[in-house]
Design a protein around this ligand. Sequence first.
Ligand SMILES: Cc1cc2nc3c(=O)[nH]c(=O)nc-3n(C[C@H](O)[C@H](O)[C@H](O)COP(=O)(O)OP(=O)(O)OC[C@H]3O[C@@H](n4cnc5c(N)ncnc54)[C@H](O)[C@@H]3O)c2cc1C
Length: 422
Amino acid sequence: MFAFWSFIHSIEAFFIYYYPNAVYLNSIKYSHNKVKVALGESKANNSVLETNLQIQTPIFKADNYMLVTGILAMALCTIVLITSLPIIRKKYYEVFYYIHHLFIGIVIATILHAGIPKFRIVAIIIYCLHKLINIISIKKYSNKEIYIRRISENSIMLQLPRKKKTVEKYTQFNPEFGKYIFLCCPQISKFQWHAFDLSGTKSDNINYDTLIISTKGRWTNKLHQMLVKEKLLRPNGSPGFTLLTTRHFHSAHSYILENDVVILVAGGVGISPMIPIIDEYLSDSSSKNSNYKSKKIYLIWICRDLSLVSLVAETVSKYYTSDIINNFSIKVYYTGKTVIYDLNFQVLTIFQNQHIAQTYAHKPDIYKVYTEIIKKYEKSTNVGVCSVGSKELTSYTKAMSVKWGRENGMCFRMNYYKASLM
Ligand SMILES: Cc1cc2nc3c(=O)[nH]c(=O)nc-3n(C[C@H](O)[C@H](O)[C@H](O)COP(=O)(O)OP(=O)(O)OC[C@H]3O[C@@H](n4cnc5c(N)ncnc54)[C@H](O)[C@@H]3O)c2cc1C
């Protein structure tokens, strides 16, 4: 947006610089007419008009100094913009990272160009404070401190012991779910910080930050290779790697349990942030003073790999002997390439034959699923939908939520929380 308006501003400035007469002429015409109207056609004698013409000044004057500083700011902005395009950012992240620091030059050039209004000083102070908090809350883990569990061919679970820094006491808020951190592995790249949701249950979270990491592109593949090969296959002789983490950041879906009915839609590793939500809700329901008003959680999970299902089963298994388990239901939509003939049997076995799971071997029709779930409830129910996964999935889920809300909005209220894994 900044670049767009700067571009429009530059075109306007060039126009004024090279065609100043266009602006002066308009100004004179306007003044001429005004005088005529004010004094009446007959009274508007030449001397009055001439005086008026002399005191006319252009609305805006583009001098050489402004032009040079403006061109400088715009040129830097264009370079930053081009190197931020996904095609360059993804292939040459370091180039993107270094060049992005030209933003300091943009700020200086803009100040020289247009001065420094108070709001800009406030914005710069807030930015610097934010960066400072981020830097001082970075935590370092050696390979010996990290617990690694391989979940499937493409996914691993990392557990990093919680190290609370003083700054976090003032920047962290409850609840304990709906959070993510950024992870850096200096051995792969010093500048790449990738986002990962915290996935642990309440009891894990006291001691660990738990992450589930799936391979996607270059960075996650390198991390897998390094962690799996060096830590699992050569636990004692590993050359030693370090991981850096930031403080916790909050996602919008940390408010999902404020709704009467909760529908969680996860795609693949998008299950990771759903686990703490389910755990928080079930453990809260089993306590005497319940904090949340939600009646039930429905998990709709589209996955190509069934091995992650066991993570959900581990989370809910504590409640198998209690009625609370009826407040949870899971629909697994298996879309993997390998055909699984006994899909229902396999999933039911993982959930120890609890009738909380339903399985399908195709993609879901989300609109139909919403109808099936929501129509069971009385009118005026607040429905919270949270979707985490690929951009296609989250966009589709959002479109269906808007459509469903529009068509049934008089009876039910749909609140949508989206989190794309990009
Ligand atoms: C809020 C949030 C939560 C997430 N939670 C999870 C989770 O729990 N589990 C999970 O598996 N995935 C999660 N993801 C997705 C995860 O961050 C990406 O899968 C990962 O960043 C992909 O990196 P890549 O290099 O392997 O893949 P690619 O998509 O191929 O990235 C290509 C290249 O782009 C550059 N790049 C892209 N993004 C970044 C970045 N943020 N920092 C630095 N360089 C970048 C790098 O050069 C990178 O190698 C989450 C994403 C977000 C935004």
